[in-house]
Design a protein around this ligand. Structure first.
Ligand SMILES: C[S@@+](CC[C@H](N)C(=O)[O-])C[C@H]1O[C@@H](n2cnc3c(N)ncnc32)[C@H](O)[C@@H]1O
Length: 383
């Protein structure tokens, strides 16, 4: 059975492994920002279409050891690239590396491309050309110290691009990260989910898609594997047309934000994703927000402070803590933030604290339990 590598964001590896388990993958093993697994072509297509926390699915072609540019070139030429590519096809090369051997990824990508096209020229007197946007084959090279893995990228554009986002809000969450937050929170789709700082709507939209069992690939027509020589369109159509479950008819997802611009965008995105009627939207300062009765789940991603001075930010986080303590009895609240200092001002004791990355920013994803009137509440509040 072929082996695949699903790439993800730091901190989401275990969630992705669980998703793969549910898809029926074999030999799952958790790596750094990735999960390896085995399966057939059906699973490869399904992984691209159904995994919410994966960014790319790579199909390794070969791996080896190199110690300089010449060895890199020779190593790339050991693969018979005409198994995957014709002279009239196009290619692109993407490199990620963590090595002292080379310093410029662009330059190394160029070298790898040269090795591939030189092989074609020598063999056929003609060569495939480069297309960075829509190549017939996207080659992925991962170089870690002296080891190199060359893979075919079966996804193409990153899988977090579901296709419902028309324009970026000021600080939108990566869709795969938002899906990961919901999975980590353990949200039971039978209880209300509230995001009172929803921005462009990523958390509520991903939550609705999870609850309604809408595949994350529902809106996406394009995947790298659809341009491969061995593409099986019947098989892919079967996967797309698989019966959807009848999940989530009574879901309650509530989204609000102080910015009416953000709300407009969130509504538009929800419309595009086909979940508009499953989310109640309102433009409100969270201080005036009226939560549905608990038990329920809050997941928010407050501003981190790129445009706000720290004192004001601390105040904002104090107000978030006050609001949660006073009006969210019976809820569990999860807060994602890159500002550890401001998070202390929430004034509740988090357990557990999860470390995640939003782009380059290290974030904490903290859980606060807000049990109403019980001993647990007084324990969780920092005095
Ligand atoms: C980091 S962004 C959230 C991004 C969002 N998760 C997304 O995917 O687009 C923080 C949001 O908090 C909102 N916000 C700031 N102060 C607020 C307040 N007092 N009440 C409600 N929302 C507020 C901002 O308008 C902004 O949209």
């Amino acid at each position: 059975m072929p082996e695949y590598i699903a790439k993800t964001l730091f901190g989401l590896e275990k969630v992705l492994a669980e998703e793969l388990q549910n898809l029926g993958a074999a030999d799952i093993s958790v790596l750094n920002r990735a999960v390896s697994f085995k399966g057939d072509k059906r699973l490869l297509y399904k992984a691209n279409y159904r995994l919410r926390t994966a960014l790319k699915i790579l199909v390794p072609v070969t791996e080896g050891v190199i110690s300089n540019e010449k060895e890199l070139y020779d190593f790339v030429r050991t693969v018979h690239w005409d198994r995957f590519l014709g002279v009239n096809d196009t290619l692109a090369v993407e490199v990620s590396m963590n090595t002292r051997l080379f310093s410029h990824t662009q330059y190394i990508a160029q070298k790898i491309k040269d090795a591939v096209v030189d092989q074609f020229r020598d063999k056929f007197g003609s060569r495939p050309s480069v297309d960075l946007d829509n190549p017939s084959l996207r080659i992925n090279a991962y170089i870690s110290e002296n080891s190199i893995v060359l893979s075919r990228d079966s996804s193409g554009e990153s899988l977090h691009r579901r296709g419902y986002r028309v324009r970026q809000g000021p600080a939108p969450l990566n869709e795969a990260l938002a899906a990961g937050l919901i999975k980590i929170s353990g949200w039971n789709t039978g209880m209300p989910l509230v995001d009172f700082m929803c921005g462009s709507g990523t958390i509520p939209i991903e939550a609705a898609m999870i609850a309604l069992d809408i595949p994350p690939g529902d809106l996406r027509a394009d995947y790298g594997f659809r341009r491969w020589k061995d593409y099986d369109s019947v098989l892919f159509n079967e996967i797309v047309n698989e019966k959807k479950s009848l999940a989530g008819s009574d879901i309650r997802i509530v989204a609000s934000d102080i910015s009416s611009d953000a709300l407009r965008l969130a509504r538009q995105h929800a419309q595009n994703a086909g979940v508009f009627k499953n989310i109640s939207f309102s433009a409100t300062d969270f201080r005036q927000f009226m939560p549905p009765a608990g038990p329920g789940m809050v997941i928010i991603n407050p501003p981190y402070g790129e445009r706000i001075v720290q004192d004001n930010l601390n105040e904002l986080y104090t107000s978030i803590g006050d609001k949660l303590k006073k009006e969210f009895a019976g809820y569990e609240a999860w807060v994602l933030s890159a500002n550890a200092e401001a998070m202390k001002h929430i004034g509740l004791r988090p357990s557990p604290k999860v470390i995640l990355y939003n782009g380059q920013l290290e974030c904490r994803f903290n859980r606060y339990s807000l049990y109403s009137g019980s001993k647990k509440e007084s324990k969780s509040i920092v005095s």
